[in-house]
Design a protein around this ligand. Structure first.
Ligand SMILES: [Fe+2]
Length: 284
């Protein structure tokens, strides 16, 4: 069993590092924590970075998950090797560029690169965002799945994820007390579907909604409210077609008493306020 603690970063290629940096700082509201000619580390909370852009293929996506310690990483590596996954051990240089003690990389069943990470760096310096978006931190990702039932089995049986809710066959999966850290979205391919940042209040959602519209950023869903997690949200499109989300008010789950719930595959299961979804894989 692979014991995931939390999602810790996303790494993405981009066609234009400057355009992506401008979006991440001036629109999204992250802080550049490290910069090189063709890469940027970006912060959203106490961690040294939670988003990394590098010049390269925009379809090159990686999601990092933190595990407790080196022993947990070894158990995870052995489990994956037994199942026939190709593993890549992070070299010293690769660990340094990620500001982690150690990591192992593999591909989940739909093909997205996953990195299991020990001790991602925390910064003593307070997160100082480039605009007042109210971001309190990087919180979850949606990933495309070529087969939701198969991939749910990977995340829940090989890894420690639990189903909080299901919309049709689409599971919302938790690895800690937060309602979901991972959402699977049906598609004919693998990869990252959206990147979520939590904000402090519903006012932050609405302030950003107006700012996004003023900057002609395509709004793909919302403002709205998920009946599953309880979160108020807005989704919008960033560089290279990637979807970003702000949300607030996600439920926490009591592991002792919670039972997974089944929602119908219909629009009000995605938004209880009736917003229309133009999200990749979840259009209605
Ligand atoms: Fe989300």
């Amino acid at each position: 069993m692979i014991e995931l603690l939390d999602v810790c970063y996303v790494r993405m290629g981009t066609k234009d590092i400057q355009t992506s940096t401008d979006f991440a700082t001036r629109i999204l509201g992250l802080e550049v924590s490290e910069s090189s000619r063709n890469s940027r580390h970006l912060r959203s909370d106490e961690r040294g970075h939670t988003l990394y852009y590098h010049e390269g293929d925009p379809n090159d996506h990686v999601v990092g998950f933190e595990v407790r310690d080196s022993q947990t990483l070894e158990i995870a590596a052995a489990t994956l090797e037994d199942l026939g996954h190709d593993l890549h051990r992070g070299t010293r240089d690769e660990c340094d560029s990620r500001h982690v003690r150690d990591f192992v990389a593999f591909r989940e069943p739909s093909g997205l690169k996953i990195e299991l990470v020990v001790q991602p760096e925390i910064m003593g310096k307070r997160h100082f965002p480039s605009r007042d978006a109210g971001i309190s931190g990087f919180s979850h990702v949606g990933i495309f799945s070529q087969d939701c039932k198969r991939d749910e089995a990977f995340w829940t049986q090989v890894c420690n994820a639990r189903v909080s809710d299901r919309i049709g066959d689409v599971p919302l999966l938790r690895v800690n007390e937060i309602h979901h850290t991972l959402a699977l979205v049906p598609a004919g391919r693998g990869g990252l579907q959206h990147i979520n940042h939590q904000v402090e209040s519903t006012d932050d959602i609405m302030r950003s909604y107006n700012l996004l519209k003023q900057h002609n950023v395509p709004i793909t869903f919302g403002p709205g409210r998920h009946p599953t997690s309880g979160a108020r949200f807005v989704y919008f499109q960033g560089p290279d077609g990637m979807t970003f989300e702000y949300s607030v008010g996600v439920n926490k789950v009591d592991e002792e008493t919670y039972r997974e719930r089944q929602f119908g595959f219909e629009p009000f299961s995605l938004c209880m306020w009736g917003a229309k979804s133009n999200l990749n894989g979840l259009e209605n």
